[in-house]
Design a protein. Structure first.
Lengths: 448, 105
């Protein structure tokens, strides 16, 4: 069922609960529905819940509003028929494989540049970064709800953007090595809290918050700073990690779900795993190296026992971390860049050589499903005219960390770094060329 | 199965999942849903969740706390902890029996 239709039906069904029930639970149920991705089973569960609540003597009204039994039965039957028709219509009419959840165009005519997209774990708040140049970079906050995307506010951006899991803080990086910390607890009214200066003038290339939102890791060319942001108005530099060797051209940072490990990728094909149980005394415990290639995205499994990465050449690797000092490869799949198609589903770019001179390097996003049983890689393949195609590859993950089966889904879009939402199924893509826009679409159920 | 969960019938599973989720601290509705999905892979829907919350609250096994804007956190009570412990004891017995029978089959 299309999400929008399911969301509207779900909200309508809350109104069908008994008055006493609504008085007690209505507001919190609507709050949950605002955050929850409504599907046909959501509608069915609410319909069943409303019926059960009506049968519960504790919530039944003292006297029925409609006294005539025959009229009451007729109205209930009519309402039931309408619900069944709506459900059947929804289920059988809207079965798009790649379900578009919402598109938003904002700041038309704004400066061209990169787009970065990050979502909170509850997928309720989206932060986008566009511009990517001094004086033009802008972070935009949007709410993600059943009705799609809604722009909340904008403020000064930088090279990167990160959002804390609790949805209260956003970190942006500057060009002189500083990071800015914003209070977004009231996302319509973001407020600058602090500027973080670790003493390095190198540009920041990546930032990430720990799962408890209390530590910020900020990767520079050469080092990574860990900041205590538990009291965000007074951030404290905890330590500077010096594990990177040589110039960093790209960094990806991932905390393990328990916050005890931090994986840092650099532009030399190396990933360093740090024990950050006590962040001020962080220590390197293991390294992973790929030759002639480097990692573009990293992700820990929800149980923290696996670390997956995808390289710029299109190889996905999974490592087992029973002993983080000795990561062991459990799965490897290469050639994703070659398997992904160009916009329009073409094997080769029309009118261009097969190696596509002028085509941009692919962008990647990577993530596990919440249960850890599926791994998805999203690859954005870009033509010289900046049109692109997102291809999502999903594998089932076995208990040992092997990858089995493979499904894929794709959608044409415009150049922009894709993001994979924490549910492992919602892809966020954006474009910054010609029109600045962001779209959310949902992968088939196999990705869940 | 016997004991205090008898009258929950087919609703026993969501109730166990919710009590388990609340056993490490109070949570609001959506946090319970995401926590349950994380530790059990069960995607609970809002209708099921609030049906179970209502029954658990009525029996005094959880209690609502003050709302944080529109979110209302729930806390497990001492009676709820005792019921959960009893239920887990039964489940462990079932697992032991099943494991033993599979091994000898």
């Amino acid at each position: 069922m299309r999400s929008l239709l399911a969301a509207r039906l779900s909200r309508a069904l809350v109104a069908c609960y008994p008055p006493r029930w609504k008085q007690r639970y209505r507001e919190e149920m609507l709050e949950v529905l605002d955050q929850h991705q409504a599907r046909s089973r959501t509608v069915l569960s609410l319909a069943g819940g409303a019926l059960t609540a009506h049968l519960d003597p504790g919530y039944r009204m003292g006297r029925p509003v409609i006294k005539n039994k025959a009229v009451r039965a007729l109205l209930i039957a009519a309402a039931g028929c309408m619900a069944v028709i709506a459900l059947v219509y929804g289920v059988f009419t809207y079965t798009d494989v790649n379900q578009l959840i919402g598109d938003l165009v904002w700041h038309p005519g704004h400066a061209e540049g990169d787009v970065a997209l990050v979502l909170t774990p509850d997928q309720h708040l989206l932060a986008t970064l566009e511009g990517g140049e001094p004086d033009t970079a802008v972070v935009t906050l949007m709410s993600v709800g059943p009705a799609g995307l809604r722009q909340l506010s904008s403020f000064e951006g930088g090279i990167t953007v990160a959002i804390a899991p609790d949805g209260h803080l956003v970190a942006t990086s500057g060009y002189g090595g500083e990071a800015a910390l914003w209070n977004v607890a009231r996302p319509r009214h973001p407020a600058l809290l602090a500027i973080l200066r670790p003493g390095s003038s190198n540009a920041l290339w990546g930032e990430a918050f720990s799962p408890d939102s209390k530590v910020l890791a900020a990767a520079y060319g050469g080092t990574t700073a860990l900041w205590d942001v538990a009291r965000p108005a007074r951030p404290r530099l905890l330590t500077v990690l010096a594990a990177h060797v040589g110039p960093v051209t790209h960094a990806d940072i991932a905390f393990s779900p328990d916050g005890h490990l931090l994986a840092l990728a650099n532009g030399n094909g190396q990933v360093t795993i740090w024990d950050v149980t006590r962040p001020a005394r962080a220590a390197p415990v293991g390294t992973i190296t790929v030759r002639g290639d480097y990692f573009q995205a990293l992700a820990f499994s929800p149980h923290g026992d696996l670390l997956a990465g995808v390289t710029t050449a299109g190889t996905v690797l999974v490592y087992r971390l029973d002993d983080p000092g000795r990561p062991t490869v459990t799965a490897s799949r290469s050639g994703l860049a070659a398997q992904a198609l160009y916009p329009g589903g073409m094997r080769a770019p029309a009118g261009l050589a097969a190696n596509c001179p002028g085509c941009g390097a692919p962008s990647y996003a990577l993530g596990f499903a919440p249960g850890g049983r599926a791994l998805t890689v999203v690859l954005d393949k870009i033509l010289p005219d900046n049109s692109s195609r997102d291809t999502a590859f999903t594998w089932q993950v076995t208990a040992s960390g092997s990858l089995t089966g493979s499904t894929s889904a794709a959608r044409d879009t415009w150049d922009g770094q894709p993001a994979l939402a924490p549910d492992g199924r919602t892809v966020v893509d954006g474009s910054a060329f010609g029109r600045t826009a962001v779209g959310l679409w949902e992968l088939p159920a196999a990705a869940g | 199965m016997h004991g205090k969960f008898d009258d929950l019938g087919r609703f026993a599973d969501p109730s166990v999942l919710i009590l388990t989720s609340l056993s490490d601290g109070p949570k609001h509705g959506y946090a319970i849903m995401t926590d349950v999905a994380a530790f059990s892979d069960v995607r609970m829907e809002p209708g099921t969740l609030y049906g179970a919350l209502s029954r658990l609250e009525k029996r005094g096994w959880i209690r609502p706390l003050d709302t944080d804007e529109r979110r209302r956190p729930y806390q497990i009570t001492a009676a709820g902890q005792s019921v959960l412990a009893e239920q887990l004891k039964t489940m462990r017995q079932v697992v032991r029996t099943a494991a033993g029978r599979i091994a000898t089959a």
